[in-house]
Design a protein around this ligand. Structure first.
Ligand SMILES: Cc1cc2nc3c(=O)[nH]c(=O)nc-3n(C[C@H](O)[C@H](O)[C@H](O)COP(=O)(O)OP(=O)(O)OC[C@H]3O[C@@H](n4cnc5c(N)ncnc54)[C@H](O)[C@@H]3O)c2cc1C
Length: 373
């Protein structure tokens, strides 16, 4: 093993950073994590996690906590634009005796990952970011915003789509690209019949995702050609307007969207770093290096898989750069597929490309992501 007792700094305490911390602690590395947000806050809607992600979380050793914090389901129900049920697509299970998919609140997921990362022995500092990383070939000295500094064998930038680590390593890397779509999300009490992902086909991508016995969320992707900024005070009425003409089940829910603070709106952007994912002893992971739109519900899944692969390669390579190259070689095609297939769905919805059959795309994605990582 290369760096038995090696020291690793993770920049970013999101899904990628926390799962990397858990995976690296399992392999015996000493891990410090810094998170820029002093309140470590996470917005309150949910996320879809599919069979490959449950398999990855199982490999992290935290599957039961994770499933317990969400709502498991074993199929995806596809609806036509008029609201008629078109198909139930069973999802492959990849962990014996466990569900195929999980809907989970972002805060619930954050709580599980944060708790397990700390229990595993990660040192976490909030409200801190590295202002400079000085890589001298034998190690990296990080100079932090709180005036402290420390030396590490390896630094991992898991600092999201606007990664400062990426900007420092690769100033010429492409910036995140706006797709022309935005996504609107809102929580509701879960109706008894929503026990799987309900995905509605059509020019607007609409979905209902169960999160717990009591809760589900709705997402709707909309064309936003001007990328306009919405005032908080207009969010609920804007989301209701976006849903005018939606199928009856959705229209009935739309009428309940009244709390501006409960609406989570986000313009959709994507990014794929086609070149190296590391420089010297610093490497990137998750959205920092491959940020996808959510059309296949796999962005966080790819970050979690990255964490496992990176930890495995670091524990067996002779030096960090060999590990980083092996990590990228194992991850690039899969992450690029997710980004590109998601953008193809987006382009179809916007009329910029052929309309993609969501059921077929979902089936193909399940087949591909079932392959071992
Ligand atoms: C609308 C939408 C819906 C989605 N739905 C799904 C879904 O259903 N399923 C799914 O699998 N994925 C989904 N995703 C994708 C998923 O949210 C991301 O892929 C995932 O959050 C990436 O995790 P990350 O840790 O790489 O980045 P982030 O979640 O962005 O975390 C980065 C962390 O780094 C911190 N940070 C940033 N800069 C610094 C700095 N300089 N110093 C220290 N800390 C810093 C941030 O505060 C943050 O905590 C969705 C994405 C969007 C936009």
């Amino acid at each position: 093993m290369l760096m038995e007792n090696g020291t690793i700094l993770i920049v970013g305490g999101g899904i990628g950073g926390l799962t990397a911390a858990i995976a690296l602690r399992k392999r015996g590395f000493a891990v410090d994590l810094v998170e820029r947000d002093p309140t470590w806050s996470v917005y309150g809607v949910g996320i879809i996690q599919q069979a490959n992600v449950l398999r990855a979380v199982d490999a992290l050793g935290i599957l039961q906590d994770y499933i317990g914090a969400g709502f498991p389901f074993d199929s995806v129900d596809i609806y036509l634009p008029n609201g008629r049920h078109a198909a139930t697509i069973p999802s492959h299970k990849l962990v014996d005796g466990q569900p195929a998919n999980l809907g989970i609140g972002r805060r619930a997921l954050h709580d599980v990952l944060g708790k397990r990362a700390i229990e595993a022995g990660t040192t976490i500092r909030l409200g801190v970011t590295p202002e400079r990383l000085d890589d001298d070939g034998a190690g990296v000295t990080a100079y932090f915003s709180d005036g402290t500094n420390a030396r590490y064998d390896v630094v991992i930038g898991a600092d999201g789509v606007y990664s400062q680590t990426r900007a420092a390593l690769f100033p010429d890397a492409p910036a995140p690209l706006f797709t022309g779509q935005g996504v609107w999300r809102y929580n509701f009490p879960r109706p008894a019949e929503v026990t799987s992902l309900h995905a509605f086909q059509g020019p607007l991508g609409i979905g209902l995702v169960p999160l717990s016995d009591d809760l589900m969320y709705m997402f709707v992707t909309t064309p936003e050609p001007d990328n306009r900024r919405y005032e908080r005070s207009e969010l609920a009425s804007a989301m209701r307007d976006k849903l005018s003409g939606a199928p009856p089940e959705i229209a009935a829910l739309a009428a309940q969207i009244t709390d501006d603070d409960g609406v989570v709106y986000r313009p959709l952007e994507w990014l794929l770093v086609e070149g190296p994912w590391h420089k010297g002893r610093v490497v990137l992971l998750g959205d920092a290096v491959h940020a996808t739109t959510p059309h296949l519900g796999q962005g966080a899944g790819m970050a979690i898989e990255d964490s496992l692969v990176l930890a495995e390669e670091l524990s067996r390579a002779a030096d960090p750069e060999t590990a980083f190259a092996a990590y990228r070689a194992r991850r690039f095609d899969r992450c690029a597929y997710i980004v590109r297939a998601s953008i193809a769905i987006c382009d179809g919805q916007l009329g910029r490309g052929p309309m993609v059959d969501q059921a077929a795309a979902t089936f193909e994605m399940f087949q591909l992501t079932a392959q071992p990582i």
